[in-house]
Design a protein around this ligand. Structure first.
Ligand SMILES: [Zn+2]
Length: 81
């Protein structure tokens, strides 16, 4: 799984709707990618609330924020070398 694919699956992951095989690839990517790990850390509270049975929706602003954050970090990672 690439960072772009992880971001695309992020909503389903938070919703707990991710296919188990995809979820495994998702979590495997997080363990090997510091950038995405930071992103997931930022929304871990939301995921925790979900696990506790509290209905939480990821706000569109947050998704937008994460997209921007990832873009910036990708730029730093791949532009700087
Ligand atoms: Zn990544």
């Amino acid at each position: 799984m690439r960072c772009e694919e992880l971001l695309a699956a992020l909503g389903d992951y938070v919703d707990g709707q991710l296919d188990p095989a995809l979820r495994e690839a998702f979590e495997q990517h997080i363990r090997g990618c510091a950038i995405c790990e930071v992103v997931i850390d930022n929304i871990r509270n939301t995921i925790t609330l979900y696990s506790a049975g509290v209905p939480v929706e990821m706000p569109p602003e947050l998704h937008e924020h994460l997209s921007t954050l990832l873009r910036d970090r990708w730029r730093m990672k791949f532009a700087g070398g």
